[in-house]
Write a protein that binds this ligand. Structure first.
Ligand code: PLP
Length: 374
């Protein structure tokens, strides 16, 4: 039996609910910025105990809008080196310069010290990324540093649907949080993004930016450098249904992770990333560090070829300061980010994963690890 790298879970009842909502949109002709979008926003805000949510076309757009609202143009923005291209691309598209910072190997996240080391006189914002759905206990220290220096904290919470730290939800630690609904994410709308914030003003600005910077829906007066960042009602319909499953998906994924952690407890060569203290994660990715110098490509192909288990993509395999299109922003070595990017793998986690699938993965990684790393 093949264990796939990812599985998107829309069960029969959810598919029917999405279909009914899509039929309603087609019948009424309200195909953008209508009731499905409002439903999606209300449900997503409630799931994250945020005052406001603004749905947009993609996670990248959500981040760019949050950064534009923060006023980063012509300034520096600190981002971790081991994140997705879009984190830094949003900074560039918002007219700012990304400054890459190192991370902590235990959480894959920025720390107050690594942020401090990356600050310049021109730093306007820090983008904290919750890689794999883990939230670092450094959040209060990073927040304090930002507040003290008058720097805006924005979260790239693309991986962190439904996660929390000490009871506070992802996306609510700073000025705004940006989420992605790309199909592999914990909940999806096909494509889509969401900005959450407790600030009425940020919400208002985000609504202006997402619709071509228009001051009002029906007027062609463009008051901000916005773009066509609206989410279609058909996507919103899917997202509004899927987000209702978020708490259940998070519970299931945490149970999968607990089984992985149990099964890997005696495997010395493999170091899984567990939830840091205070964090309730969603295990968007179950990250495992391989030993120094391990041949990751061979590890993955042995597992695929002999055990029919597909490991999901890394988060991420090449740090941003080594990406061809971003190298011009590089400012020296970032040893921890480089190390963890080079030697981690991600075990598959599905929101409906069965115990026998988890056990098949455990058998595969244990056997191959034993052969390769003794
Ligand atoms: C960390 C991170 N940031 C940003 C994005 C961008 O989201 P999207 O693909 O919806 O634009 C993604 C998703 O792919 C992501 O994983």
């Amino acid at each position: 039996m093949t264990v796939p790298a990812a599985r998107i879970v829309f069960d029969g009842a959810d598919r029917e609910a999405v279909a009914a909502a899509v039929v309603e949109s087609l019948a009424t002709g309200a195909l953008t910025l209508g009731p499905q979008t409002e439903r999606f926003e209300t449900a997503f805000a409630a799931a994250h105990r945020a005052r406001h949510a603004v749905a947009v076309a993609t996670g990248t757009a959500a981040l760019e809008i949050a950064l534009r609202v923060a006023g980063v143009a012509n300034h520096d923005v600190v981002v971790p080196a081991n994140t997705f291209y879009a984190t830094a691309a949003a900074v560039v598209h918002a007219g700012a310069r990304p400054v890459f910072a190192d991370v902590d190997a235990a959480t894959f996240a920025l720390t107050a010290a690594t942020v401090q080391a990356a600050l310049t006189p021109s730093t306007k914002a820090v983008v904290l990324v919750h890689i794999g759905g883990l939230i670092t206990p450094q959040v209060p220290a990073i927040r304090e540093l930002c507040d003290r220096r008058g720097i805006v904290l924005v979260e790239d919470a693309a991986h962190a649907h439904g996660c929390s730290l000490d009871g506070q939800m992802a996306g609510t630690f700073g000025l705004a949080g940006a989420f992605s609904f790309y199909p592999t994410k914990v909940t999806t709308s096909g494509e889509g993004g969401m900005i959450i914030t407790d600030s009425a003003e940020v919400q208002q600005e985000a609504r202006i930016y997402r619709d071509q910077g228009k001051g009002a829906f029906t007027a062609n007066h463009h008051v901000r450098d916005g773009a066509s960042w609206r989410l279609s009602e058909l996507n919103a319909a899917a997202g509004a249904v899927h987000v209702q499953r978020l708490a259940e998906f998070v519970r299931h994924r945490r149970a999968v992770a607990a089984r992985y952690l149990d099964g890997l407890a005696g495997v010395e060569a493999l170091t899984p990333l567990a939830e840091p203290p205070g964090c309730v994660g969603n295990f968007y990715k179950f990250i495992v560090l391989l030993p120094q110098g391990a041949d990751r490509t061979r590890f993955k192909s042995e597992i695929a070829d002999r055990f029919d288990v597909r490991l999901s993509g890394e988060v991420y395999d090449l740090p941003l300061h080594k990406q061809p299109v971003l190298m011009k922003y590089a400012n020296g070595a970032l040893p921890v980010a480089e190390d963890v990017c080079a030697r981690h793998v991600c075990l598959p986690v599905h929101s409906d994963m069965r115990d026998d699938e988890v056990d098949q993965v455990l058998a595969a990684v244990t056997a191959v690890s034993g052969e390769m790393f003794g």
